[in-house]
Ligand binder design. Structure first.
Ligand code: PMP
Length: 415
């Protein structure tokens, strides 16, 4: 019998789920419920087949060869760059740099800023208190190495950035402001446009970590006016090991390269090497060709469904989950931002999140427990970690109801 909840209003979830073979399996004798989408998303057949197609038909190194396969692979890679450019509404394809993922994109900019001598003692980098370790540690290293100061933009008990405090922190010393578009740990959606405007008024650059935004919302880098924007393929139904750094053209042109090697040069001699233009200046070595091409297939998949419909579907999931989860005695939501997407973090009074997570796994439900690579957030709430349910476009309200049954069972077993 078909799960009635699969007949969601906005998306044909039955049809969508047919495209995700991994979802049709049992875990510990129970149908898998996959609620760990903030860590990584599952892959549709369009993506799985694109990987096979690439290796079966055009596998070859790019940008160098005159031969047929190399040209095909180069065209496919550049087409994918173009797709991503249009998807995030960047002005030019060469503003889309392929990286290994969000972490790599952040390291690229932080290292390039150091190499370009852009920071010195007295300069300040503002990082929100809502960040993944990936968007903290590279900036910490940058500040340590340049003598600049790292300052933290505080959050409130709802898990929202405190805008008055942010305004107060901005000054003529601020060189860079960085924050995520959507928090992986709490699901907070940040006011990117407003924060960017304020940073620009102070003369600072803005780097946005879009790892959690790419699967849930349409991105328009020009409307947001951000200087840099990063995201990972694997969190948006594409492959691991590939991601994107977007940057404003003039800024990217002026930044020093962060890695040297093949592909990133114009000419090399022992006396003087000159660098290639964008985007190749930042793409040393053989790229993750298959990953870059297949990321384009994942973007086609998202656009065929439509990000606005995905967002509406996921909003329904979140509001259903929040309503149902509140039924559990001792339920404590960690992070209750007014604007939220993707993830719900929670604790149940008297129960260790790890114990609950293990019991849920025994019932086929994949949730994440721990600090979600955001230890400062856990410190702020004075907790060691949380349970986190994070949703994707293939999830259903019926699955949330199954999680509820499992949570009720876990509570009665553990209490
Ligand atoms: N930032 C955020 C908000 C994330 O959720 C993640 C991944 N959990 C990252 C950065 C790092 O992404 P990746 O591991 O793909 O580089």
């Amino acid at each position: 019998m078909m799960d009635s909840s699969l007949q969601e209003k906005t998306l044909d979830v039955v049809k969508i789920r047919e495209q995700f073979p991994i979802l049709h399996q049992e875990v510990n004798g129970k149908p898998l419920v996959y609620f760990d989408n903030a860590a990584t998303t599952q892959k549709p057949l369009a993506v799985i087949n694109a990987i096979t197609d690439y290796y079966s038909t055009i596998n070859s190194n790019v940008h160098r060869g005159v031969h047929h396969l190399s040209q095909k692979a180069t065209v496919a890679l550049e087409e994918s760059r173009h797709k991503i450019q249009q998807h995030i509404r960047a002005a030019e394809p060469h503003q889309v740099i392929f990286t290994q993922g969000t972490t790599d994109s952040i390291n690229l900019v932080s290292i390039a800023m150091e190499r370009s001598n852009l920071l010195r003692k007295g300069d300040e980098v503002l990082v929100s208190a809502l960040e993944h370790h990936s968007n903290i540690v590279p900036w910490q290293i940058l500040c340590e190495r340049t003598g600049a100061t790292l300052k933290v933009i505080p959050i409130n008990q709802q898990g929202e950035i405190v805008m008055e405090e942010y305004r107060a922190l901005l000054s003529e010393n601020t060189r860079l402001v960085t924050f995520n578009h959507i928090s992986n740990a709490l699901g907070t959606v940040n006011p990117v446009q407003e924060m960017t405007r304020l940073a620009h008024d102070a003369g600072a650059w803005v780097f946005v970590d879009g790892a959690q935004a790419a699967p849930h919302t349409a991105i328009d880098v020009q409307a947001l006016d951000v200087d840099f924007y990063a995201f990972s393929g694997h969190k948006a139904y594409g492959p691991t090991g590939i991601g994107v750094l977007y940057g404003k053209e003039k800024i990217l042109e002026d930044l020093a390269p962060y890695r040297g090697g093949g592909e990133m040069i114009e000419s090399v001699s022992f006396e003087k090497t000159t660098y290639a233009g964008l985007p190749h200046k930042f793409e040393a070595g053989t790229p993750h060709i298959e990953g870059a091409i297949v990321m384009g297939a994942a973007i086609d998949f998202l656009n065929e469904i439509g990000l606005d419909r995905i967002a509406t579907h996921e909003e329904q999931l979140i509001s259903h989950a929040l309503k149902r989860m509140a039924e559990i005695e001792g339920m404590r939501f960690i992070g209750e931002a007014r604007q939220r997407a993707g993830a719900i973090s929670f604790l149940i009074e008297g129960l260790h999140p790890y114990d609950v997570g293990v019991l849920l796994d025994q019932m086929g439900i994949a949730l994440r427990t721990g600090h979600h690579c955001a230890q400062p957030i856990m410190d702020f709430f004075d907790i060691p970690g949380t349970l986190r349910a994070s949703f994707g476009l293939y999830n259903t309200t019926g699955e949330i109801d199954r999680m509820m049954e499992a949570l009720q069972k876990a509570v009665s077993m553990l209490r």
